[in-house]
Design a protein around this ligand. Sequence first.
Ligand code: 5GP
Length: 189
Amino acid sequence: MNGKVIILSAPSGTGKSTIISRIISDPALRLGFSVSATSRAPRGEEVDGREYYFISNDEFHRRADRGEFVEWEEVYPGTCYGTLRSEVERVTADGHNLIMDIDVKGGVNVKNCYGDEALSIFILPPSLEELERRLRGRATDGEETILKRLAKAEYELGFAPRYDRQVINDDIERAAGEVASIIREFINK
Ligand code: 5GP
């Protein structure tokens, strides 16, 4: 592989996607976003092939059986997410560094798999109360989904110490800047 691997994980609602969108086109970082496949339906303004490749549950499992994924997880009961081998190739072929937005189990697995070629960063909310406020403000999810995501957040936060670096998203501008400088230091090492 030509590029390096950057793993970003965080509980849902922590601002991870916003951070990625702020740093993705920084020319100094040479990042390419790893578009995952998922069996969930598109949310809000999401576009197939941009945020995710949206596929059915059946197709997801067919492709998993054929070994098409570098890693995949059933992140929520009945809903799978995974990184396609073809996607890693697509992004890194010309030397771009692959940035992956993946769940905590996938993050720890990918870090173990790529070792020093990968950098794992965990984004933390300032507090669980603040996370709940942000999830409620998002308005794209129903109450049941919000409660499910909050319950999961506590479990996910337990994985933070297993990441190379931890960044608190207390202010989006500051946090995005910190993530960018951590990545810059890593790729220039
Ligand atoms: P969401 O439905 O909010 O977009 O994402 C739910 C969770 O799935 C997030 O924690 C996200 O990081 C994770 N996720 C997205 N793509 C992948 C992937 O390819 N592999 C794994 N293991 N998790 C993923």
